[in-house]
Design a protein around this ligand. Structure first.
Ligand code: ADP
Ligand code: ADP
Length: 221
């Protein structure tokens, strides 16, 4: 359902972040993308929601080539994707409810059902009833859970997370890893990057490994 075919990404200025990357992710897989800092993990993940576009090759989702998708179609694509990216910061001047509700507000979801969905999403990440709290009063692990609740509130079929356990204490990191495993068990396709692949080893994920922009494990020729 997610197919990378000979994908290259060169940033303006000439730096090649990815070269010749080909792989397929099937519906319902749990994929862990690992590699050293600067290996190209964030770049690879950003090509899926078309935050970046490839310089060569193609990225398709459910048979649709998204790498050439017109800008106006991208919001519709993203409705079916849950994103927990490095730049997905919480709004610190808004409470937990407003943060998680945000994607539903953007898509014009009816408010009353939205509130129910927010409650369900918070329940799902272990933060039931915490709607009125402000992010600044939460621990780092709890803030990450709010970001995950916001990513799943639209009930996406694909969940993408870029180093969601970075900066967390090991106990919290394990809880977050377990949370992604549980979404995957519920049928969601999950693609996570990490520089600590051992964290997800118990889930027996499909492994993709990047080294200096090349896929050195898990790819297809
Ligand atoms: P990782 O997530 O594995 O740390 P990245 O995808 O963030 O790797 O980065 C891969 C390479 O691309 C790095 O050398 C990085 O400096 C470079 N890079 C990332 N984003 C940009 C950008 N917007 N412009 C130029 N170079 C970038
Ligand atoms: P409801 O159907 O009332 O929304 P669920 O218990 O089915 O409640 O789900 C609670 C929340 O967990 C959902 O709103 C959604 O955020 C998330 N969730 C559960 N299952 C899935 C799924 N298959 N895909 C994406 N998100 C899911």
């Amino acid at each position: 359902m997610i197919v990378f075919d000979q994908v290259a990404k060169r940033y303006p200025g000439g730096y090649t972040a990815l070269a010749g990357v080909s792989f397929e992710i099937r519906h319902g897989e749990l994929v862990v993308l690992s590699g050293h800092s600067g290996a190209g993990k964030s770049t690879l993940l950003k090509l899926i929601p078309v935050i970046e576009r490839p310089t060569a090759g193609s990225v398709s989702i459910n048979g649709q080539d998204v790498s050439r998708m017109p800008a106006r179609a991208i919001p519709y694509l993203r409705r079916n994707l849950g994103l927990v990216l490095q730049e997905s910061r919480l709004l610190f001047d808004r409470n937990v409810f407003d943060n998680v509700m945000l994607p539903l507000v953007i898509t014009g979801h009816p408010p009353r059902d939205g509130a129910r969905r927010v409650a369900a999403a918070l329940e799902r990440v272990g933060l039931a009833g915490r709607e009125r709290e402000l992010p600044a009063g939460l621990s780092g692990g709890e803030q990450q859970r709010v970001a995950i609740a916001r990513a799943i509130v639209n009930r996406p079929s694909i969940l993408i997370a870029d180093e969601p356990t970075a900066h967390l204490d090991p106990d919290y990191a394990h809880e977050i890893a377990e949370l992604f495993r549980s979404f995957n068990s519920a049928g969601v396709t999950v693609v996570i990057s990490t520089h600590d692949a051992t964290l997800f080893a118990a889930s027996r994920p499909r492994r993709l490994v990047l080294h200096k922009g090349l896929l050195v494990e898990g790819g297809e020729a």
